[in-house]
Design a binder for this molecule. Structure first.
Ligand code: SF4
Length: 398
């Protein structure tokens, strides 16, 4: 990266969170962030990050998810969605340090796909994902027991979205299932229906429902929601036996905020607007939109759009802001009227990045993400089943 791209950190538009100093036993991560963080007001943070990165040279590889803040993304060697970044990490076996500017489940996937001699570092351990947190492994195993009692586990294939913990991916691998991303969910569901008669889809109900109904032609009646906070998931054995898609009742707290009213409102405000949304949005939102697709699809669609076209985008605000700045010849607006950052993604800020890089310069590996070997094995089985789907391709390490 050229040095003239570095920018001073701007104040966060929202007083977001106190940067992960406290433990949360109910979160995906649930640990305190140790060490002395530099003050966010330190005017030398950009220079310190630049100097630490230069001192580490090729020994560090920094990954930046599309939803990260500008102050962090400027230091990323590569940017992308969670799947692309995990593959990018696997393509750098020579880098002993992989600094993952994203959330916890992404760093887990990078650890699973990289070598044992490589350390994957999450600058703030409190950067979890509320969707991943909605499916705890004990809840999912209890649900599988409920399905066993209903006599359906032999014909049910679990599919988990990439946005899940390593433990859930491992559960899927152990039980003959696979991982999917928002780009290949259709192919994963088709594959699963070739292996069995029904699918247990985790943890995002909306991606599961939208893909099954809009891309596979199932009906809404074919889908049921399994609520882990209700006895038996809130479903009878007959409902489980009749369903084709058993959807875990989880959602993304960012994409779940958009409503059909948001779409109607932006159509009133911006004549001729094209509405482009992520498939983690609610079903009625994707029905009202013009185009639906993954983060990478959204970026490519905007890049290919004609000059002068108008777009309302329903995804995380950091990405929408960057797209608007990169395409001043197109009118790009955020789908919702209210500010809608991913609060956990935003936990990775410049003080945490500086702290993790400077610690590496001093020879201290901080906030290393390590996945239990047995969990990693079965999660890799589920990831490899996804990679074997037609058109998805192998990891660079394979
Ligand atoms: S945008 Fe949604 S799915 Fe992505 S990290 Fe944030 S809460 Fe999780």
């Amino acid at each position: 990266m050229t040095t003239d791209r570095f920018v001073e950190p701007s104040p966060t538009p929202l007083a977001l969170l106190l940067l992960g100093r406290d433990a949360d036993p109910n979160s995906e991560t649930g640990v305190e962030c140790p060490g002395d963080l530099p003050a966010a007001s330190d005017p030398g943070l950009v220079e310190r990050a630049r100097a630490a990165k230069a001192a580490l040279g090729d020994r560090v590889f920094i990954l930046g998810h599309h939803y990260q803040r500008d102050e962090v993304i400027q230091f990323a060697d590569v940017t992308g969605d969670s799947f692309k970044l995990a593959r990018d990490a696997a393509a750098r076996p020579d880098a002993p340090y992989i600094v993952f500017c994203g959330v916890h489940f992404m760093a887990e996937s990078a650890d699973i796909l990289t070598g044992d001699d490589q350390a994957v570092i999450l600058p703030d351990m409190a950067a979890g994902c509320s969707m991943a947190d909605m499916a705890a492994i004990n809840q999912v195993e209890d649900a599988w027991d409920v399905m066993a009692d209903a006599g359906i586990t032999d014909v049910t294939i679990p599919i988990t979205y990439m946005n899940s913990t390593a433990a859930i991916k491992a559960f899927t691998g152990r039980n003959n299932g696979a991982v999917c991303t928002s780009s290949n969910a259709k192919r994963a569901l088709e594959w699963a229906f070739e292996q069995g008669q029904k699918i247990f889809f985790l943890p995002d109900q909306h991606l599961g429902r939208n893909t099954a109904v809009l891309e596979l032609g199932l009906s809404l009646d074919d889908c049921v929601n399994y609520d882990p906070y209700k006895p038996g998931g809130g479903l009878t054995a007959e409902q489980l036996q009749n369903a084709k898609m058993i959807l875990w009742k989880g959602h993304c707290s960012v994409h779940g905020r958009f409503t059909a009213e948001s779409v109607a409102d932006v159509r009133d405000r911006v004549p001729g607007v094209n509405v482009l949304v992520h498939p983690e949005c609610q079903h009625e939102v994707v029905l009202a939109a013009d185009l639906i697709g993954s983060t990478e699809f959204i970026i490519k669609t905007i890049e290919a759009a004609p000059s002068g076209s108008a777009w309302a985008i329903g995804t995380e605000l950091n990405l929408v802001k960057r797209l608007a700045l990169a395409h001043p010849d197109k009118q790009i607006v955020f789908l919702d009227k209210t500010v809608c950052f991913c609060s956990t993604m935003n936990r990775i800020d410049l003080p945490h990045l500086v702290w993790s890089l400077e610690s590496l310069v001093e020879g201290r590996v901080v906030n290393r993400i390590t996945v239990d070997p047995d969990v990693a094995h079965w999660a890799k089985v589920a990831l490899d089943r996804m990679l074997a789907l037609p058109g998805v391709g192998a990891t660079p390490r394979d």
